[in-house]
Ligand binder design. Structure first.
Ligand SMILES: [Zn+2]
Length: 140
């Protein structure tokens, strides 16, 4: 009976611990990671469309940014972005980080719950967390 009592108390404590920890984990929206495959004369971001979807961005917009920053030809093929040259995953991740800083992350509160609106030749990054509106240059 004493043992049973301990187990019950332990489970109750565990339940409480989970109740405290879980909501925090769920609230934080995490940046999706690029899944990169380097092949002879090719570098492939395999989960490209999925990343675009998670970021709530137009895949074409992200693709144009990568091609321009890397000065490489490339194409969206199925779910992947295929670049026609070998580049290290670190190089691609650096470009991805620049994209996030420019077109995803709110510079005021650093939330990534944002969306892009095209206004003429520029974009406006609108933050749904703090309401900030940040003008951004388009990708030529
Ligand atoms: Zn914000």
């Amino acid at each position: 009976m004493v043992d049973g009592g301990y187990d019950e108390l332990y489970l109750k404590l565990l339940d409480r611990a989970y109740a405290v920890i879980t909501p925090k984990v769920e609230r934080r929206r995490e940046l999706p990671k690029l899944s990169i495959l380097v092949q002879p004369k090719k570098t492939i971001i395999q989960n490209f469309r999925e990343v675009a979807e998670r970021l709530n961005r137009d895949p074409t917009h992200i693709a144009r940014f990568f091609l321009k920053e890397l000065a490489l030809p490339g194409n969206i093929e199925g779910n992947a972005l295929v670049l026609y040259a070998e580049r290290s995953p670190r190089t691609l991740e650096a470009v991805y980080e620049r994209y996030i800083k420019l077109y995803v992350e709110c510079p005021v509160c650093h939330s990534i719950d944002t969306y892009l609106v095209k206004e003429g030749r520029i974009y406006v990054l609108v933050c749904t967390a703090c309401g900030a509106r940040t003008p951004r240059k388009g990708i030529s």
